[in-house]
Design a protein around this ligand. Structure first.
Ligand SMILES: [Zn+2]
Length: 338
């Protein structure tokens, strides 16, 4: 009896021990697996909660990215710039670098800004071109499959890193010569190329020496979506040599005059002679401009390699052929890897 009881006790103990051992070992194996599974699920959920916006944006705008256009130049100053696309009506807001910094994506791009002066039938100096020569430049731009872009689009790119089309280029014409209305404007319309005209207000309508555009001509050009007007000061003085008061007049009064006469905002400044320093830049920024174009100070370089948005560099027109092979717009949206 005793031995039978002992046997029963032994069997029960063995079964209990085996069961407990199995349970313990199972616990040790299963729980970490469960924990790991749970953690993975949690992690996946967290990642998927974070990623869709960015991923959706990246997927959606992968092919459309290069067509992004800032919706309005009035919001180029904001902390996020709203873009629209050509092929659908989607809107996309991209965060900006604080003014006047240039976005890291834009630093990698190579956008040449070309500086032109008078376009005139009979050339008198190295800065002049004939209308035929300008058309040859436009033909070269076309045959090189370059894409002239607006200054709004470039500034939006410099602030957000937004992608630009194939071989972007910006065209600028300084000093408001009569030839700009007579020859340049019709050519821009013919080729559908955007451009920027830098105007110093005391020259408008003045035809002593070389001819200059009238206010009426300027107003016609300014109302065309292809054209942006930039202030080029009041009297075309070397700004670094002026007193604070004179400097303010050149920068702020010219903005006000252009805005009243043209009935639209003027948000870009072009330094006469490319002449500026930190004091001039500060006054230009304080006067309400969003960006300022220099010339080749300290040397000619692509827009993205400029020090900041108040010292945007350009190339003289004679270097057009040289810069064409190097022109490149960053193809990747900010925060997207491909
Ligand atoms: Zn000038």
């Amino acid at each position: 009896m005793l031995s039978t009881n002992h046997r029963k006790l032994f069997v029960i103990t063995t079964v209990l021990y085996t069961t407990c051992s199995w349970l313990v070992s199972s616990y040790l194996v299963i729980v970490p697996e469960l924990q790991s599974h749970y953690l993975n699920t949690l992690l996946a959920t967290t990642v998927s909660l974070k990623q869709p916006n960015n991923q959706q944006v990246c997927n959606k705008y992968k092919s459309l990215g290069r067509e992004l256009e800032p919706v309005s130049n009035q919001i180029l100053s904001g902390s996020g710039i709203l873009f629209k696309t050509k092929t659908d009506n989607s809107l996309l807001s991209l965060p900006t670098e604080p003014l006047p910094k240039i976005h890291p994506n834009a630093i990698k791009s190579s956008v040449p800004i070309i500086m032109y002066h008078d376009i005139i039938l009979k050339k008198e100096g190295i800065y002049d071109l004939t209308p035929q020569e300008l058309e040859q430049h436009f033909e070269l731009i076309k045959s090189s499959r370059m894409t002239p872009i607006s200054l709004d689009r470039l500034v939006a790119h410099l602030r957000t890193g937004s992608p630009l089309p194939h071989k972007p280029i910006v065209l600028t014409f300084d000093d408001g010569y009569g030839g700009h209305y007579e020859y340049v404007y019709p050519l821009l319309k013919k080729y559908n190329y955007p451009a920027v005209f830098a105007i110093y207000t005391s020259s408008v309508g003045v035809n002593a020496g070389r001819s200059h555009v009238s206010w009426q001509q300027l107003k016609t050009m300014a109302s065309d979506p292809l054209i942006r007007i930039s202030s080029h000061s009041k009297t075309h003085s070397a700004l670094t040599k002026l007193s604070e008061q004179q400097l303010y007049k050149e920068v702020a009064e010219s903005k006000h005059t252009l805005e009243v006469k043209l009935e639209r905002q003027v948000i870009y400044f072009t330094y006469p002679y490319g002449n500026y320093d930190s004091r001039v830049k500060k006054i230009v920024a304080e006067a309400g401009y969003l960006a300022a174009i220099a010339f080749g100070t300290p040397s000619e370089m692509f827009a993205g390699q400029s020090k900041d948005l108040f010292a945007i560099s350009r190339f003289e027109k004679s270097h057009l052929e040289k810069v064409i092979p190097r022109a490149w717009g960053s193809p990747v949206l900010p925060q997207c890897n491909s």
